[in-house]
Design a protein around this ligand. Structure first.
Ligand code: KIV
Length: 261
């Protein structure tokens, strides 16, 4: 893509300019290139790749080596978009590991990192930002906690969850996060956070009143018919179209006359 390179400052400034942020996930060279050609300004190499690319049951199985491999593939598309990468499960439990692993993702080609949590990881976030690495937060339902929490639950319904979300978001902003993903946060709480925070909120299943939206691209394109999600209605039935073309091609090959012996 041509045009000025999008940086974390560009993304942070979109809130003040009143520009909505349309972000998507990309895990490899072709998808990252297509998203960039469509003008998506922020592409996330999400650890959702564990489920949508690698076939794991959840994101807790994703390793640093797998993240680095996919970040390298996406970065080869040289997107104009800001390329953000997830720090995977247990890769940021201690401050020194968090910085070391964030650096590895940058070496692989990411331009910013994302990790899940608020006050619990604020020292890690501060150290990452102080090391010169742009950081994007992730609050609400935290997929890396799916086993501890026994499923994917909407956050913000209870007064304590509401208070925790506000305190966590303020802690992330204080530590230098340039944007915060809000996953499965009740729309009124997501709206309140969006109004209060100086950095953009990027929602997923959190209502329309965030500064931007992010989706897992295969969910948007209908590539995974075996997953059904409440917060996203596929805009394409890519899985069915691909299956039909493959079956047609198979039939055409099987119907070809054999060469005479
Ligand atoms: O891993 C991922 O794809 C994400 C998005 C759902 C925000 O974190």
């Amino acid at each position: 893509m041509t045009g000025t390179k999008i940086t974390f400052e560009t993304i942070r400034g979109m809130k003040n300019r009143g520009e909505k942020i349309a972000a998507l996930t990309g895990y490899d060279f072709p998808m990252t290139r297509l998203l960039d050609m469509a003008g998506i300004p922020l592409i996330l190499v999400g650890d959702s790749l564990g489920m949508v690319v690698l076939g794991y049951p959840d994101t807790t199985h994703v390793t640093m080596a797998e993240m680095e491999h996919h970040v390298r593939a996406s970065a080869r598309a040289k997107p104009r978009a800001l390329l953000v990468a997830d720090l995977p499960y247990r890769s940021y439990e201690a401050v020194d590991c968090a910085v070391q692993n964030a650096r590895k993702l940058l070496v692989a080609g990411a331009e910013a990192v994302k990790a899940e949590g608020g006050r619990a990881i604020v020292e890690q976030v501060r150290a990452i930002v102080q090391a010169g690495i742009p950081f994007m937060g992730h609050l609400g339902m935290l997929p890396q906690k799916v086993l501890e929490e026994g499923g994917y639950h909407v956050k913000g319904k209870l007064e304590q969850e509401h208070a925790d979300l506000l305190a966590d978001a303020e802690a992330l902003v204080g530590a230098g996060a340039f944007a915060i993903v809000l996953e499965l946060v009740t729309p009124p709480v997501a709206r309140e956070l969006t109004r209060k925070l100086p950095v953009p909120t990027i929602g997923i299943g959190s209502g329309a009143e965030c500064d931007g939206q992010i989706l897992v691209t295969p969910d948007l394109l209908g590539m995974l018919p075996w997953f059904s999600l409440k917060h996203v209605k596929p805009k394409l039935n890519a899985a069915e179209q691909m299956r039909a073309v493959i079956a047609q091609w198979k039939t055409s090959v099987e119907g070809q006359a054999s060469a005479p012996a």
